[in-house]
Ligand binder design. Structure first.
Ligand code: GAL
Length: 397
């Protein structure tokens, strides 16, 4: 199975011109042909999780219409484990937080037409253990095959495998992440495999061959500085992304903390242009209508899920104003004009910056307002402070 996938992957890479990926390692276990979409518990709850909160998130994904636009994974992050393994060495859920166990929770999530994700680490301790936020030391080191088998038996569809200083346990990153990839593969279950190695940069060639996604930065926070700082660190990373293997600028903070509605829309716009996994990180059962509308904007989600040979890349870095372009299938371009500054900016964007170097008439659809306009030459774009305008641009035929 792996060999066939490897061949398919090699052909696919030749077709899209990605030559830099290490050819020795075979393809990862999950498919993730488009960036994974779903929800993860960490940004909303941190360590303070239990089965009721996860069930409530699954309920809300359905009730709020997120499932209908493609959100499917419900992922339990760190702090789900009992502080010791059982007598056979199996991981188990904290009986106080998850009294019905993980299999029952996965069944519940699957019963909603969704998929279930979980969190583990290649060393001996999870990041919350290391940070003193949660007792125990329950990394998968030495238990990789056993843990993968347990996850498969529970019905896990997505694994976030978080480095958490595994080097202190003598783990080498590529070997450690590959070990779990192989263990997952051998279960025969399609599991999306998401890795996070700290420090994150530079992305090395083995990552897209081992995992379906890999974090490119440290943890996001619900602030404008954090979001824009992460955007800065995505420049040039587009060379690594391809169907089945995605750069991960971290989970969404839409609707969290002090982010304003404009900032949330800008954050979501950029993540879509970056072909990022879209993992909501807010309380789905208590979100505002504005937040719900951001997360369920089908036009913006369609930009994220579209693949035409490249994730978006920066074509202008003008201080406060940046322009990012993502080629879309059928020849359209998604274009984000980002204003990081504290006052309204008006800037002229050329046809070449819109991704049409030959010029000609263009049709621009603003994906947040729905307004459609035409252009024959450069376009004056006005962007509010701490905001982005996101267009879908087509050549007028
Ligand atoms: C961090 C990770 C976060 C979260 C946390 C849990 O390393 O970046 O997303 O998973 O660990 O302890």
């Amino acid at each position: 199975m792996t060999t066939v996938r490897g061949v398919v992957l090699a052909v696919c890479c030749l077709l899209v011109g990605v030559a830099a990926v290490d050819p020795v390692v075979s393809a990862p276990t999950g498919s993730a042909r488009t960036p994974p979409m779903g929800w993860n518990s960490w940004n909303a709850y941190g360590c303070d999780i239990d089965q009721q909160k996860i069930r409530a998130a699954a309920d809300a994904i359905v009730a709020a219409g997120l499932r209908d636009v493609g959100y499917e994974y419900v992922n339990v992050d760190d702090c789900w484990q009992a502080t010791t393994r059982d007598v056979w060495g199996n991981l188990r859920a904290d009986p106080a937080r998850f009294p019905d166990g993980m299999k029952a929770l996965a069944d519940y999530v699957h019963g909603k037409g969704l998929r279930f994700g979980i969190y583990a680490t290649p060393g001996t301790r999870t990041c919350a253990n290391l940070a003193g936020l949660y007792p125990g030391a329950l990394g998968s080191l030495g238990h990789e095959r056993q843990d993968a088998a347990v996850f498969a038996a529970w019905g896990v569809d997505y694994l976030k495998y978080d480095w958490c200083r595994a080097e202190v346990d003598g783990v080498e990153p590529r070997a450690g992440f590959t070990l779990m990839r192989d263990a997952l593969d051998d279960t025969g279950r399609a599991v999306v495999y998401s890795i996070h190695r700290q420090p994150q940069l530079p992305v090395d060639s083995w990552r897209p061959s081992v995992a379906n996604s890999w974090r490119t930065t440290g943890d996001i926070a619900p602030t404008w500085d954090s979001v824009t700082g992460i955007v800065d660190r995505q420049v040039g990373l587009e060379v690594w992304a391809r169907p089945g293997a995605w750069n991960d600028p971290d989970m969404l903070e839409v609707g969290n903390g002090a982010l304003t509605p404009d900032e949330s829309r800008a954050h979501f716009s950029l993540w879509a242009v970056l072909s990022a996994p879209l993992l909501a990180g807010n309380r789905l059962d208590a979100m505002s209508e504005d937040t719900r509308r951001v997360l369920t904007n089908r036009d913006v989600v369609a930009v994220d899920q579209d693949w035409a040979g490249s994730q978006g890349y920066r074509v202008r870095d003008g201080g406060d104003v940046q322009v990012w372009v993502k080629p879309l299938s059928g020849g359209d371009r998604a274009v984000a004009v980002l204003n990081r500054g504290a006052s309204t900016a008006t800037t002229s964007v050329t046809a070449a910056e819109f991704g049409f170097p030959g010029g000609g008439g263009l049709t621009l659809r603003d994906l947040w307002s729905g307004v459609v306009s035409g252009a024959e030459g450069p376009v004056a774009v006005t962007v509010r402070p701490h905001a982005a305008v996101l267009y879908r641009v087509s050549a007028r035929r």
